[in-house]
Design a protein around this ligand. Structure first.
Ligand code: NDP
Length: 496
């Protein structure tokens, strides 16, 4: 990605643009590696203070932030629309999810992370064992542009609730949203820079990986995820990697076809298809394929992209993505796929009109690579088992959707991915208590829910001797025959 860069004295600046009009929205610093390191040093001091507060006080501050975000919702919605070009309602939905997750993380942090007793086991019955999830220190968050508030907040809200300071590097396409989040947080936590934003390009993100943070939470493409992991490996910095997907939607013979078609179209086309857990591929059982396809086509034909706030879908935010979308459509058609809605002519930068392709060979890029545009493939299968097999035949494994009246949870369990919605689409993203993340090229680690809080915590095990046990193996002063008696006891306890 490249943006206009300017030099002022020895500082570099870049602009963020409205992808609908190319109008300049804001000017932001290109932070150098030295500045990133300085931000992390300041965050380190802040983390000692923030991590030293009790859960109740952190909850009070996070609740105040949530209330402030809600009061200024129109401002942040407008900024998200301006930097991404997405329609008003898409941005509203994104911010509703932000507020919901912020609420859940603040409310549940103490319950999930506080010290709790665990059983010491039969051999160590004289011990009182506890585990507590303590803050890690400073968490570096690197975010994408497609959901510039919701996606990074899946890490930021949970890392803050777990008692960490955060240094956030937003995408170069959406730096204003990142700065808005940090400045509103500073209004409710003015004492220390607990949430800081550093802006710039890939090099600024790379510098954050090498800045001495205690963990990096990355969301973005698989290719960049690998670079982030390699940079973090140099200092053994732990990473959480949330990458792209090629999410399938399976339609079983007993599915509610109207609902499945609506889910397929909304899942594929909303946010102009720029959703990591968006629907990209449909596998529909032969017996219902004609009817389902007809319902999808009818719906997709009605959708129009545009720059007005009420458009069904906005522009392709990242100009470079347009070429990828075009190449996937061309490849599918070259290999024998059929265009049921739109085609190559649908690509009119910065907009792409909905494209529905059928009978697309499984080795086409439109089936194997993340398209990230308002496109959908529909392939027929003779049985739902074949649908599961094809759905799993991908190196990605983020989300999936299953429409089936009788076998939803059973089919879901057979899918190799992190999240499944049954008889609904992308529903898991809106349930704050559900962990969010993938397998394979979709990454690893989890944001959201209790797992998401623990991702940003350091489990500490403490065990306290309550009394002396008759057998003392951990001392040179142990009595002769102690270990013989211990082995006899172990046999007695664990023989079957
Ligand atoms: P990129 O991988 O291009 O960028 C992601 C972030 O990484 C940006 O902030 C980027 O900065 C930064 N970055 C780029 N190079 C480096 C580097 N060498 N070291 C450290 N950071 C770097 O992804 P996009 O922004 O294009 O986002 C789209 C991708 O994100 C899609 O693949 C999508 O599926 C995925 N995604 C995954 C989600 C999930 O939760 N699984 C959710 C949302 C999106 P800059 O922008 O300045 O280049």
């Amino acid at each position: 990605m490249s943006r206009a860069v300017s030099q002022q004295a020895d500082e570099q600046w870049f602009t963020s643009l409205d992808p609908r009009t190319a109008e300049v929205i804001g000017k932001h610093r290109v932070h150098s590696p030295i500045e990133v390191r300085a931000a992390v040093t300041r965050a380190r001091t802040a983390s000692l203070w923030w991590g030293g507060l009790d859960h109740a006080e952190r909850k009070r501050r996070l609740d105040a932030w949530r209330a402030l975000v809600l009061r200024r919702l129109d401002d942040i919605v407008e900024l998200v629309c301006a930097e991404t070009g997405k329609p008003l309602d898409d941005a509203r939905l994104e911010l509703v999810l932000v507020v919901d997750h912020l609420h859940w993380a603040a409310r549940n942090a103490e319950k999930v992370l506080r010290r709790r007793r665990v059983s010491p086991g039969k051999l160590m019955f004289n011990q009182a064992a506890t585990v507590e999830y303590l803050p890690m220190g400073v968490v570096g968050v690197i975010g994408p542009w497609n959901y510039p508030a919701f996606t990074p907040m899946g890490s930021i809200a949970y890392a803050l609730a777990a008692g960490n300071a955060v240094v956030f590097k937003p995408s170069e396409l959406t730096p204003g949203v990142g700065e808005w989040l940090a400045s509103t947080f500073a209004e409710v936590v003015p004492e220390h820079p607990v949430l800081t934003v550093v802006t710039g390009f890939g090099a600024t993100g790379a510098a954050l990986c090498r800045s001495g943070v205690d963990k990096v939470a990355f969301t973005g493409s698989t290719a960049t995820g690998k670079r982030v992991m390699a940079a973090c490996a140099e200092s053994l910095t732990p990473v959480l990697v949330e990458c792209g997907g090629k999410d399938p939607l399976i339609v079983d013979s007993d599915a509610d076809l109207e609902a499945a078609a609506e889910a397929a179209v909304w899942g594929a086309m909303s946010n102009a298809g720029q959703t990591c857990v968006g629907v990209e591929r449909v596998y529909v059982v032969d017996s219902v394929a004609d009817r389902f396809t007809e319902l999808v086509v009818r719906r997709a034909r009605k959708l129009k992209p545009g720059g007005q706030p009420t458009a069904h879908l906005g522009p392709i935010t990242m100009p470079e993505q347009v070429g990828i979308i075009r190449s996937h459509i061309a490849d599918a058609l070259d290999k024998g796929g059929r265009a049921l809605v739109g085609g190559l002519d649908s690509v009119r930068p910065p907009y792409v009109e909905p494209v529905v392709l059928a009978d697309v060979p499984e080795d086409s890029a439109a089936i194997t690579e993340e398209t990230f545009g308002p496109t959908l493939t529909i392939n027929r299968v003779s049985t739902v088992d074949e649908a599961v097999e094809l759905a799993n035949a991908t190196r990605y494994g983020l989300g999936a959707t299953v429409f089936s009246r009788s076998r939803g949870p059973e089919l879901a369990r057979r899918l190799r991915c992190g999240m499944v919605s049954v008889n609904g689409v992308v529903s898991f993203a809106g349930i704050a208590s559900l962990p969010f993340g993938g397998v394979g090229d979709s990454g690893f680690g989890r944001i959201h829910g209790a797992d998401g809080l623990r991702e940003f915590a350091r489990p500490q095990s403490v065990t306290r001797r309550r009394f002396w046990a008759p057998l003392q193996p951990n001392t040179f002063a142990r009595a002769n025959g102690t270990l013989r008696r211990l082995v006899r006891l172990t046999r007695l306890l664990y023989r079957r």
